[in-house]
Design a protein around this ligand. Structure first.
Ligand code: GLN
Length: 292
């Protein structure tokens, strides 16, 4: 006969507090929030239950062991979002895990810029290059009433992308391909908007990023020696796909606005505009194609 897991008298709230203390001790910035996320995930309760039923002793040994394992992984700086297995972006739940970039608040900046641009277009066609989990694509399809194709090269990331489309009943069309090849399959003059959050970190800077980022796919981060490789390649390769007056929008790394603005201008784009994030950084750029 299988052993019944031993009953132990630890209430929810104590499991939560213990996790919070461990994360505080280890110097994490938001230990209470993270402990809450992890305990919620393991015990399946919400915040309210922690207050109203926190003293109930339902923490089984098995569940405590799962919580301890997740806490241990967090101490090893695995991203919280990977441990939770999902994360929300602009009100959209996205599955995430090893092999796909975690959707970041920063990316709301380029997404909002695109929503504004698309607001005056009639059922526009959009392509999202380096789509990852699908954050930008799903948000545009949901909020901007457009037809979106999401291109992703990595098989692991692509699997998250397709799962996220299904999870959200989204009509985004997913394409598992290389953005430096698949432009050949897209008709000229067919797109209203090309958007991309490409890898934009300088290769030499990657090793000094937060430990959490080291767990994320280098392929989604590494923008070459200058960090600008993808901007330099995407703009000339893809601009013929835009309709006249169509736009190209990018997320940017810190300090990249001037150079990317120059690349767009050199390729016949005008009306080049920036958008600033909460930290005051020029986080996104959009330009419209003037010459065809
Ligand atoms: N915003 C990410 C970071 O700073 C980088 C994402 C990217 O390269 N597109 O970690």
């Amino acid at each position: 006969m299988a052993n019944k897991p031993e009953e132990i008298n630890i209430p929810f709230c104590e499991a939560y507090r213990k996790t919070k203390d461990i994360l505080t001790e280890a110097g994490f910035e938001t230990p209470a929030f993270e402990a809450l996320c992890l305990t919620e995930k393991v015990f399946g309760f919400n915040r309210l239950a922690l207050i109203t039923k926190g003293e109930e002793t339902v923490a089984s040994e098995e569940k405590l062991a799962v919580l301890a394992e997740l806490t241990e992984k967090r101490l090893n700086h695995e991203p919280l979002q990977y441990l939770l297995g999902k994360w929300s972006f602009m009100g959209i739940d996205l599955l995430v895990g090893e092999g796909v970039l975690v959707p970041r608040d920063d990316t709301e900046v380029v997404t909002s810029l695109c929503i504004d641009y698309l607001s005056c277009k009639e059922s526009p066609n959009v392509i999202d290059l380096c789509a990852g989990s699908g954050a930008i694509s799903l948000a545009l399809e949901k909020y901007a009433n457009c037809k979106v194709t999401a291109v992703e090269l990595s098989d692991k990331a692509f699997s998250y992308l397709t799962q996220n489309i299904k999870l959200n009943n989204s009509a985004v069309n997913a394409l598992n391909g290389d953005i430096f090849e698949c432009h050949k399959d897209i008709a000229d003059n067919s797109l209203d908007l090309i958007v991309s959050n490409p890898p934009y970190i300088k290769t030499a800077d990657i090793a000094s990023l937060q430990k959490e980022v080291q767990h994320e796919p280098a392929m989604a981060l590494d923008g070459g020696e200058s960090g600008l490789d993808f901007y330099r390649k995407i703009v000339p390769l893809w601009k013929s796909k835009l309709k006249a007056g169509g736009a190209l929008a990018f997320e940017l790394g810190e300090g990249q606005y001037d150079e990317v603005s120059r690349i767009l201008a050199d390729n016949g784009f005008g009306g080049i505009t920036e958008s600033i994030d909460f930290g005051g950084i020029q986080r996104a750029i959009i330009g419209t194609l003037l010459q065809k």
